[in-house]
Design a protein around this ligand. Structure first.
Ligand code: FES
Ligand code: MG
Length: 576
């Protein structure tokens, strides 16, 4: 690390340390809150960005976790300030939390920039909050540590272990097939979510928390600690202690992150069988750091990294609590060592290699050895072709292997309302070989790319015993979802991508081994359809959604807002 900052080099010195009219105001207003000058002057001011809310069950422990972070900051000689931020709660935000990820990123960046912060601790975990917080913090450029919310306890109902999301979809299909009763379905509400913390399947939250750790942005082992475990508050306090030193060391993201850090996040996601959402988020995070990442690189890494986490909704039955008992994220990364850049720096002040050196796996079935993987390649694949010139993604680990090479006739739904209305119609012209197609669900069409990509199986097929079929859309799907779902088709239908031109009965060919996705309609006919296509009417003319529609990039580019992507740094504020 070498040189350490002097107190008069702290960013907050401009607010508190100088002797002018404004500094008089800044100091006197701290005294107004009962702090003494000895509490804050010449100390690293640590902004604790807290996404706590009573509409965010995944972050319900953050009120006390923020206090536990503060304990560490005080001990290390820093001054903690808690800054509430948008919780971007997955369960309650409509049409989708994804519409607001970039808002949290912008809020994080500006909370830090406009106020006297020297370093940040980010409290998040629920799906969009790890990327949102990290994107903003990367753009701001101050030293920061991410404190992951951690997974909730396993679900438990009538002696069965339940997984967030995954078992909701599974038992809902059984309800619609007539195999469980309405009363049993209702009773499951009491068992599926039993503590604070994030979804405990290998969904988006678990994936993104792990990806952040693999990128070097959390303390070693932080991402898999169950939220109610006593290790969790200890990790929060350790993070508080560590961030103070990071400020003195000036360990900024620019000083820390390399291409290797980003590739480590991708490799961990692939070996974990992580959520498809991670592809969009990690691309957006990398771009904020000014590092390279595109769909091709994801696919290249996926082809060389085996899937070794045996968790739902992939092949296995285990949940995040089991993953933690099996050794957790450090043990998992240790196993993955041959596929990681071990020289990548982390917030610990050391390297990834040092962070995981003594980690051990305690259950080889949950965290598999590299020579006994769940599947030889990573869990996600990128396909391209006439139907998706800019690419689409599929979670191969949660799909029926037989369907990964499939040609079938399209059954097209123009939007989600159309799908809801017609899907269970007994007269719907659909067989198990059909390809369900949904459009108007992309970044602009949704708007915000809702998680509609795991379209339910039509009821008449469910009753025939069908539980998977090829489905294709410009939507995302929940990280807890499963099935042969081709997602993130780019460009999306709303901007006139080929998806907008598909008609009932057109043949669609999916060929995952060769990474192809094609619409088998000749170019002359496509040209005729393109000429006849009219862009959809814009529904939002004011507020955040309007700004989002003007600025959002396509799925293959990370769905960031163009003006928030890496570029010239925003200047520090003038203080007069
Ligand atoms: Fe918050 Fe799943 S709803 S992590
Ligand atoms: Mg989710």
């Amino acid at each position: 690390m070498g040189t350490r900052k002097r107190p008069d080099e702290l960013r907050s010195h401009r607010w508190y340390g100088v002797d002018d009219l404004r500094a008089f105001g800044h100091r006197s207003r701290m005294l107004q809150m009962g702090f003494s000058e000895a509490d804050f002057r010449g100390k690293p001011v640590i902004g604790i960005i807290n996404t706590w809310s009573e509409l965010s069950p995944c972050h319900f422990h953050f009120r006390t976790r923020a206090e536990e972070v503060k304990r560490g900051v005080w001990q290390a000689g820093g001054f903690p300030v808690e800054l509430p931020a948008h919780p971007v709660t997955e369960q309650y935000m409509k049409p989708t939390s994804m519409l607001y990820r970039n808002m949290l990123a912008m809020e994080t960046e500006e909370l830090a920039r406009s106020q006297p912060c020297d370093g940040l601790v980010l409290l998040g975990g629920c799906d969009k909050t790890p990327p949102g917080l990290v994107m903003g913090a990367l753009s701001m450029g101050l030293p920061f540590i991410f404190v992951p919310a951690g997974p909730m306890l396993r679900g438990n109902w009538r002696g069965k272990t339940l997984g967030s999301g995954s078992d909701v979809w599974k038992y809902n299909a059984e309800l619609r097939a007539g195999n469980i009763t309405e009363a049993q379905w209702k009773d499951m509400e009491t068992g599926i979510a039993r503590s604070f913390g994030t979804c405990m399947t290998a969904g988006t939250a678990a994936t993104m928390m792990l990806a952040c750790e693999a990128m070097g942005l959390t303390l070693p082992g932080a991402s898999s600690i169950p939220a109610p475990d006593a290790n969790h508050p200890r990790m929060a306090t350790d993070s508080g202690r560590r961030i103070v030193d990071m400020v003195w060391e000036d360990l900024t993201p620019a000083a820390m992150l390399t291409q290797g850090s980003v590739d480590n996040a991708v490799a961990a996601t692939m070996a974990f069988g992580g959520s498809t959402n991670a592809i969009i988020h990690i691309i957006a995070m990398a771009r904020r750091a000014g590092l390279e990442l595109d769909l091709e690189r994801f696919d290249t890494i996926s082809r060389r990294v085996p899937l070794i986490a045996n968790l739902r909704p992939n092949a296995g039955e285990a949940l995040m609590e089991d993953f933690f008992y099996a050794g957790g994220s450090r043990a998992f990364l240790k196993r993955l060592s041959p596929h990681l850049d071990l020289t990548a720096k982390t917030v610990s002040g050391g390297t990834m290699g040092e962070d995981i050196a003594d980690a051990e796996v305690f259950d080889d079935d949950v965290i598999r050895p590299l020579n006994r993987p769940i599947q030889a390649e990573g869990g996600l694949a990128v396909v391209k072709g006439t139907l998706a010139p800019k690419g689409a993604v599929i979670k191969t680990s949660a799909a029926d292997p037989k369907l990964l090479t499939h040609t079938g006739p399209a059954v097209v739904f123009d939007n989600y309302a159309d799908l809801k209305k017609r899907l269970d119609d007994p007269d719907l012209d659909v067989t198990a070989d059909s390809v369900l197609v949904l459009r108007s669900s992309g970044p602009q069409g949704g708007p915000g790319m809702p998680e509609w990509g795991m379209m339910p199986i039509p009821q008449k097929l469910l009753k025939q015993g069908v539980r998977d079929m090829v489905r294709l859309s410009d939507a995302r799907m929940s990280g807890t979802s499963y099935g042969t779902c081709v997602l993130h088709v780019a460009p999306e239908s709303h901007v006139g991508g080929p998806l907008a031109l598909v008609r009932d009965g057109d043949l669609i060919r999916l060929d995952v081994p060769n990474r192809k996705l094609d619409l088998l309609v000749d170019e002359a006919e496509m040209e005729r359809r393109r000429a006849a296509w009219t862009p959809p009417v814009r529904r939002y003319e004011r507020g955040w959604t309007s700004m989002y529609l003007d600025q959002v990039t396509q799925a293959d580019e990370g769905c960031d807002l163009r003006f928030l992507e890496a570029g010239a740094p925003t200047p520090e504020p003038d203080i007069y």
